[in-house]
Write a protein that binds this ligand. Structure first.
Ligand code: S6P
Ligand code: ZN
Length: 182
């Protein structure tokens, strides 16, 4: 494998060349938002696009890294901001770096033991998610929230962990562009 460079548009999150694109609509996250009636209504009326990922995926051999951009679109399901599904890595001993390049958001982290952490993030912030923490990102702004994630290739994504138990707290709208954790 040779060294390589990929070009990222910091504002849109678009990679000029990527290996894989993932698209998540609300119907891909049924049951994850608190307001079931709002969720149903939105799915029936166009099923909004919540976020997209553009991945660069070197071989999943020991020592390699994977990176990808995530673009979370602005919006609400009821009073809850658009967010990612959230996951913990299959290999729990995995840390991850997020570099936020555009927009305003909240990074939500939680351990299997129930320790909870939320932090507001803006363009220019570099977040470190330590090993053993599940993570989710919510867009609390009016524009796209964009970030680059870097993590060990082969770490895997355990989505059932979050789908089954959720996070302890949600990121809800509180006034214009404000948020409350509840
Ligand atoms: C990957 C990293 C991010 C997320 C992305 C979408 O380890 O944490 O790239 O995959 O933000 O979130 P999710 O929970 O749907 O994978
Ligand atoms: Zn991750």
């Amino acid at each position: 494998m040779l060294p390589f460079i990929r070009d990222i548009n910091l504002e849109t999150g678009l990679l000029k060349r990527f290996d894989n694109k993932v698209v998540r609509r609300l119907s891909d996250m049924r049951g994850m938002y608190a307001d079931g009636a709002a969720e149903k209504g939105l799915i029936e009326n166009g099923d909004p696009l919540l976020y997209e990922m553009f991945e660069v995926t070197p071989p999943e051999t020991p020592g390699n890294l994977t990176y990808c951009t995530t673009v979370v679109y602005p919006g609400l399901v009821g009073n809850e901001y658009f967010m990612t599904k959230g996951h913990i890595h299959v290999i729990r001993d995995t840390a991850e770096i997020y570099f936020f390049t555009h927009g305003e958001g909240v990074l939500v982290c939680e351990t299997p033991g129930g320790e909870f952490n939320e932090q507001r993030v803006n363009a220019g912030d570099v977040a470190y998610v330590p090993t053993g923490w599940a993570h989710r990102t919510a867009n609390i702004g009016e524009d796209k929230l964009v970030f680059l994630a870097v993590y060990p290739a082969g770490a895997g994504h355990d989505y059932d962990f979050i789908a089954e138990r959720g996070f302890r707290f949600r990121i809800l709208r509180d006034g214009q562009n404000g948020y409350v954790v509840r």
